[in-house]
Design a binder for this molecule. Structure first.
Ligand SMILES: C[S@@+](CC[C@H](N)C(=O)[O-])C[C@H]1O[C@@H](n2cnc3c(N)ncnc32)[C@H](O)[C@@H]1O
Length: 358
């Protein structure tokens, strides 16, 4: 699908007009489609080991197909791009129906998935509706992959087979890897890059893990190891261009220098993050409390973006290494440089006819 440039320009000019009068509004939509995930990642609340309980929760709390469509209707009049994630979005039986509907709203779509269920999906149909698949491939080697993702070697092999399917069906995709203390070695010795290329990734994005506050363990590597990872990725970026690293060098330079990323003001307000039950937490999941939670079924985007709790984000610097927060908080030029180059690389491989649209 080619991005509808007229729609994008109209929405960006509306966004700019709002900004000019001090009215902040979201431009990116993130839909966390379900509370259920079939993986057990220790870094993620959806990795909960009680899968039966999670299924009950998802049945009780997940928005229905029609409710998600109502949410898409509301959000698509603001946002230029959408990201579908979860839980595991592909586990929803109505996954393709919802993607098709979002596409009918002319929303460009990125799908973030653990890739374990892609063999159950019609990828030729999927690629008509989405722009990219972000494959959550934290490690490209079996043992660390299974440790970071809490899954068996069989699941690892299924995921590897499904990556092959993405390549065969020419679905544009890149890898996003969360760096934890379990998978640093492949970045330090740079074996990650050749293996990612072998697995069909032309572009890769990284973030260090953001430790959860609801558990009593840390998955962040120690400072010395983080420094080695940063130095090695910077070294790779300096000498090789493939796979393209989509996160700018400044992210690694800052962590190397100060152990954290820098930003003046958190950019979390630029995205609307809709939970599986249709709620939005203001300013973000870290401030999860009933008084900070607004249902998008009951409120408009304008009402939610007028909430006083957005002021919290003006001074919060709590996310020290989380890549998505870091780059939503950067000047547009820093963000655009590597990210757009990465998208260009990926598209020129899978769908050369679309490369110019990016
Ligand atoms: C929550 S998952 C949901 C989508 C899907 N189940 C998947 O695994 O891609 C979305 C992304 O968040 C990342 N993620 C989860 N917990 C994280 C954490 N604590 N720090 C940084 N990224 C995290 C995952 O690796 C994944 O790329």
């Amino acid at each position: 699908m080619v991005v509808d440039t007229i729609r994008t320009l109209k929405l960006l000019s509306k966004w700019g007009a709002n900004m000019a009068v001090g009215r902040r509004r979201p431009v990116i939509a993130v839909f966390s489609m379900t509370h259920y995930c079939n993986f057990y990642c220790p870094m993620c609340p959806f990795g909960d080991a009680d899968k039966e309980g999670q299924i009950v929760l998802a049945r009780r709390k997940d928005l229905t197909t029609e409710q998600w469509k109502t949410v898409f209707d509301k959000v698509s009049s603001h946002c230029v791009w959408s990201i579908i994630e979860g839980g595991e979005p592909t586990s929803r039986p109505d996954f393709m129906e919802l993607v098709r509907y979002l596409h009918s709203k002319k929303m460009p779509i990125t799908l973030i998935t653990n890739c374990s269920l892609l063999h159950t999906i019609d990828l030729d149909e999927l690629k008509k509706y989405i722009q990219f698949v972000t494959c959550s491939i934290d490690s490209v080697f079996e043992e660390p992959y299974c440790k970071v993702r809490g899954v068996t070697p069989q699941t690892y092999r299924r995921v590897m087979d499904n990556l092959q399917l993405l390549t065969e069906h020419k679905v544009p995709h890149y890898f996003n890897s969360v760096i934890t203390k379990y998978n640093t070695q492949e970045f330090i010795d740079q074996t990650y890059f050749d293996r990612a290329k072998e697995l069909g990734a032309n572009a890769v994005s990284f973030t260090f893990v953001e430790d959860r506050s609801d558990v009593d363990y840390s998955l962040l590597p120690d400072r010395e190891t983080m420094n080695k990872v940063c130095a090695s990725i910077l070294d790779y970026m300096g000498k090789k261009k493939e796979p393209q690293v989509m996160i700018p060098p400044e992210y690694f330079q800052q962590i190397l220098q100060d152990g954290r990323g820098h930003f003046d003001e958190c950019g979390v307000w630029k995205s609307i993050f809709v939970n599986g039950n249709g709620t939005v937490m203001v300013p973000c999941w870290k401030f999860n409390s009933p008084e900070n939670t607004y249902s998008l079924l009951e409120h408009s985007v304008d009402e939610i973006w007028s909430a006083p709790q957005w002021d919290i984000a003006k001074t919060c610097h709590d996310c020290e290494v989380l890549g998505c927060i870091w780059y939503s908080s950067q000047p547009v030029t820093t963000f655009a440089r590597n990210y757009m180059r990465g998208l260009g690389k990926m598209i020129s491989k899978e769908r050369p006819e679309l490369a110019e649209a990016v």
